[in-house]
Design a binder for this molecule. Structure first.
Ligand code: PEP
Ligand code: MN
Length: 340
């Protein structure tokens, strides 16, 4: 069960609730963040009701919710209304579909500034770009590191776009937090629980990408790791999963969108670039993603995909990204949503 304490509750009141729960032999997890919540195990159903009734009337308690799912804070049972994540004047999870776009990796100043200006002109609100890259081969380009973060900050200054960039390693958490507006946890790190707990202690939106072989439940449990540390600003991202199919880089599981909408209140966005691996499939899958109810997209765009140091084959040229945005607007409007 989840016990939500009032914002005005005192530490002493929290302590009393914890002690009471412990007296029922429940393991306790205290989540100190914007909302102070206490998460405890659930006993047998008859006892559960008695425990809930006891806790509900204690001083400082706002509400007690019984949740049988292993993901609790991420579940619809815990929170019925959709979570809308605010970044300045941007809202992710509201009526507007938010597009994040940019190169796979930050390569140099000209590349990132040119791309930022082009994606902004086309209607993107957030600039993506990796400074720390998770590459399959240790001999492939690993990213510019802190220099890449500085270039992203320069692009933000020039264009006003917000920045999303990947955090791969705990040792870079401070600088990635300093330069980014959203911290990306990549597919390969979806179950890096140390990293998840660490970003859970920040007050910064986290873009959590689905692991390439992760189930929906595993994705929500990864979100729960972040939320249970106090950070409830989690944006889920489907980026394709591994299947037998090799016509595409991964298989885009769009059915996850309505599945997530039913069982979780968190926003979900789609990455059609990594899902398909082919630039010519990005536009049709973007439109399908919007039709399915996704709250946003993250798309790879490069000034000259043939010269890209990573993921060139799935990166869009500026004019193709502009076409994608124009057609996406029509689909969004058809379902009563909008893209700026
Ligand atoms: C990326 O967004 O550049 C990336 C590496 O994505 P993923 O973690 O989904 O493979
Ligand atoms: Mn990439």
């Amino acid at each position: 069960m989840v016990v939500v304490m009032k914002a005005s509750s005192t530490n002493e009141q929290i302590e009393k609730v914890i002690n009471k729960l412990r007296s029922f032999d429940l393991d306790i997890h205290l989540s100190q963040g914007t909302t102070r919540t206490i998460i405890g195990g659930v006993g047998d159903p008859k006892e559960k009701e008695m425990i809930m009734e006891t806790i509900e009337v204690m001083d400082g308690v706002e509400k007690v919710v019984a949740i049988v799912n292993p993901y609790k804070l991420a579940s619809r049972e815990f929170k019925q209304e959709d979570t809308v994540i605010k970044i300045g004047d941007l809202c992710i999870g509201g009526n507007e579909i938010i597009v994040m776009a940019g190169p796979c990796a930050v390569e140099n100043e000209q590349q990132i500034i040119e791309t930022a200006e082009a994606v902004k002109r086309a209607g993107a609100k957030i600039l993506r770009g990796g400074a720390f890259k998770p590459r399959t081969s240790p001999y492939s380009f690993q990213g510019l590191g802190e220099d890449g973060l500085k270039l992203l900050a320069k692009a933000r200054e020039k264009t006003g776009l917000k920045i999303v960039t990947e955090l791969m390693d705990l040792q870079h958490i401070k600088i990635v937090n300093e330069y980014s507006d959203i911290i990306q946890i990549g597919a390969r790190n979806m179950q890096n629980f140390t990293l998840l707990k660490a970003v859970g202690k920040l007050q910064k939106p986290v873009l959590l990408k689905r692991g390439m072989s992760a189930t929906v439940k595993e994705l929500l449990m990864a979100a729960e790791y972040i939320m249970s540390e106090g950070n409830h600003q989690v944006i889920l991202c489907e980026r394709g999963i591994r299947t037998f199919e090799d016509a595409t880089r991964n298989t885009l599981d769009l059915s996850i969108v309505p599945v997530i909408k039913e069982i979780s209140h968190l926003p979900i966005i789609i990455d059609p670039s990594h899902a398909t691996g082919k630039w010519n499939l990005v536009k049709p899958m973007t439109k399908a993603a919007i039709a399915s109810g996704a709250d946003g997209l993250i798309i790879e765009v490069h000034p000259n995909p043939l010269d890209a140091v990573s993921d060139g084959p799935q990166s869009l040229k500026f004019n193709n990204f502009n076409d994608l945005m124009n057609e996406s607007r029509l689909v969004a409007n058809a379902i009563g949503r909008n893209i700026a």
